[in-house]
Design a protein around this ligand. Structure first.
Ligand code: NAP
Length: 286
């Protein structure tokens, strides 16, 4: 199989909903992906207003399906449709893509073996991003099949995924279910915490708008502080928590409730475990 020249050909983005649009916007905004109207084609049957605006501004072709002529010269394909759409789409795509084109899938639950059946002989990279990627603050975890093992394939995927934030690589695909449960679904856990904090503030007598503002600022400020401590290796989450917890103080009173009988850590452990099991279950149907 000839190795695709992963740096100089065209990219086809299949599906431009939330994640696909975030990728395209990142590639075009910063030009970090080195893509333009000649090197990026977007396949999306129902373009949103945002996609229309983006594609018009950058002169990008948006087509309802990947025609043979649009597929000419494509050496990287990013799959960003819903997982249930891929069997039908994959069959058509496989007949149109140039041999050896690198497939990068962000589909939750779609494993390398199933993708390999759909795209035989293609190097395949499976990645799991998360929604903070839409503002470049996400994290993606990726794994490659054997055909995509050579470093230039990983470098090509890295370059495309980096517009969403950090990229980590794993070698054992079984980890992808845990990754899905931690960082893929994780933003929702933090949003729930923020909602709960705002409602608790209201219950203590704060006006709803102020309670909401305090909760959002606290979650985002704590996140930024944590990121800073982590980057500079000065403090991790546990150290930051201890630093704001004086014995016998208000934070201690709240944390005593949160930790009682296993408390929040146990709840999170069980929640992540349920998400991991669900990810495995959904993946087994692909
Ligand atoms: N959102 C997340 O947090 C997240 C995190 C990690 C991974 N993912 C994965 O990322 C993928 C996309 O998620 P999303 O949230 O961006 O979903 P989404 O907003 O529903 O986007 C999927 C897009 O693909 C379009 N589409 C449908 N059929 C198509 C076809 N034949 N050819 C090309 N495009 C087609 C859909 O159009 P219609 O709406 O008209 O069907 C939609 O615009 C999913 O597989 C998901 O598992 C998502």
């Amino acid at each position: 199989m000839p190795a695709a020249d992963t740096q100089t050909g065209k990219v086809a983005l299949i599906g431009a909903g939330r994640m696909g649009l975030a990728l395209a916007a990142g590639w075009l905004r910063s030009r970090r992906g080195g893509l333009d109207g000649d090197t990026l084609v977007i396949i999306e049957p129902n373009p949103s207003d945002e996609l229309e605006e983006l594609s018009t501004r950058h002169g990008i072709k948006v087509l309802p399906e990947l025609t043979k002529s649009a597929a000419t010269g494509v050496d990287r394909v990013v799959l960003a449709v819903k997982p249930q759409a891929i069997p039908a789409i994959g069959e058509v795509l496989a007949t149109r893509l140039p041999r050896g084109a690198l497939i990068i899938s962000i589909l939750a639950g779609a494993g390398l073996i199933g993708l390999g059946r759909l795209f035989p002989g293609h190097p395949i990279i499976r990645a799991m991003p998360n929604t903070p990627g839409s503002i470049g603050k996400g994290i993606s975890v990726a794994i490659s099949n054997l055909d995509a093992d050579p470093p230039h394939f990983r470098a090509a995927a890295d370059a495309l995924l980096k517009v969403l934030g950090a990229v980590e690589w794993v070698e054992d695909e079984r980890m992808m279910d845990a990754v899905t449960a931690v960082s893929g679904s994780g933003p929702a856990y933090v949003f729930l915490m923020c909602e709960a904090l705002a409602r608790a503030g209201e219950a203590e007598g704060l006006p709803p708008a102020l309670a909401e503002k305090l909760a959002v600022a606290t979650v985002s400020g704590a996140g930024a502080l944590l990121e800073d401590g982590h980057k500079r290796k000065t403090a991790d989450a546990a150290a930051l928590r201890r630093a704001v917890t004086s014995p016998g103080g208000t934070t201690q009173a709240a944390l005593d409730v949160m930790m009682a009988g296993g408390g929040l850590p146990m709840l999170v452990r069980n929640a992540v475990s349920a998400a991991e099991r669900q990810s495995r279950k959904l993946g087994s149907t692909f």
